[in-house]
Ligand binder design. Structure first.
Ligand code: DON
Length: 318
């Protein structure tokens, strides 16, 4: 048997294994709900479940509805954090946003008042992400958004990458809680810009669309500490990738980050669209999509799939 034949057989085996995991995890879909607090997200197909794994040698394996495009939502918080850390440096960023998990829901306002005089506890909760987005450099919302989009295009290798205007507008029109968080932070000097402009930029950021394979490729770059093996370039400094990976471990799954660390044990970030990006240090990137969410706002079957994957391939970093 030639080496190529062997590799092809192995690829088929990986695909088959992923398909089996999808079928097992799918059983959990009925126990969740599609997000509807952003009205446009309610149109997602609850039954969708997909996974892609991207390897350092450039190959990827996928199973399920992997061509479906979905919005990044909170997964974008990791990318905007990496961008502002590169632009502004650690001191500037961490004067305005903290490094500690909250144990609260992602959109909670509670600790902003009682713990930290308007300074959000970490960049993965909405308050922290809004503060981070306000640090994206540029002369206008369009300019700043294009910088973020260009960075996303480099990370995914997709020059056509764009966003869903429908989802962005739908969130902009209903983002009363995010407006409240922003005004509270403006009162305390964490944010200085016009809140409506910030919400415009943030809702576009959250509405950037990817598929599972693109998400897995971004996960791989974080898994390799900022190095993209496809373009053979260091996309961000190693230190910044490590900061992002650490936030993913401590806060990436919101107030389920502790349980996720025990059951799966890899840096990962979820979004209310049902996407989850995983980074298995030095091994591979993972992209998952399953819009049926648990009560915390994480993909219910997606998390199960990651648990099964972690058990099967011994993924935990701990
Ligand atoms: O700000 C929001 O509420 C959404 N654009 C993103 C929230 C989110 O994805 C939380 N994830 N589980």
């Amino acid at each position: 048997m030639s080496q190529n034949e062997f590799d092809e057989k192995k690829e088929v085996k990986h695909m088959e294994e992923l398909m089996v995991l999808i079928e097992d995890a799918k059983e959990f879909i009925p126990y969740g709900k599609v997000a509807n607090y952003i009205p446009a997200l309610a149109k997602a197909n609850k039954k969708d479940l997909a996974v892609a794994v991207f390897l350092p040698d450039g190959r990827h394996f996928e199973a399920g509805n992997t061509t479906t495009r979905f919005t990044l939502q909170s997964i974008s918080k990791v990318i905007s954090l990496a961008l502002v850390l590169m632009d502004r440096g650690e001191d500037y960023v961490f004067e305005r946003v903290g490094m500690e998990p909250t144990g609260d829901p992602f959109n909670s306002i509670a600790k902003l008042e009682v713990r930290s005089a308007g300074k959000p506890l970490n960049p993965m909760i909405n308050a922290g992400a809004l503060a981070v987005t306000s640090m994206i450099k540029g002369h206008s919302v369009k300019d700043r958004f294009n910088r973020l989009l260009d960075f996303m295009r480099v990370l995914t290798g997709n020059k056509e990458l764009s966003y869903s205007k429908e989802v962005a507008i739908s969130e902009f029109e209903t983002a009363h809680l995010n407006r409240s968080l922003s005004y509270f932070m403006k009162e305390h000097g964490i944010i200085t810009e016009d809140v409506e402009l910030l919400l415009d930029l943030y809702t576009r950021q959250c509405a950037i669309e990817v598929n599972c394979v693109e998400l897995a490729r971004i996960g791989l770059i974080f898994a390799l500490d900022g190095y993209d093996p496809v373009s053979k370039t260091q996309i961000m400094p190693e230190k910044i990738a490590k900061i992002c990976n650490t936030f993913m471990v401590t806060c990436g799954m919101y107030n389920a980050s502790g349980a996720f660390a025990i059951k799966v044990g890899i840096p990962a970030k979820s979004g209310v669209s049902g996407g989850v990006m995983g980074a298995v240090p030095r091994r591979f990137g993972i992209g998952v999509y399953g819009p049926s969410l648990d009560e915390i706002g994480n993909s219910i079957a997606g998390i199960k799939l990651l648990e099964l994957l972690a058990q099967k391939y011994n993924l935990s970093i701990f």
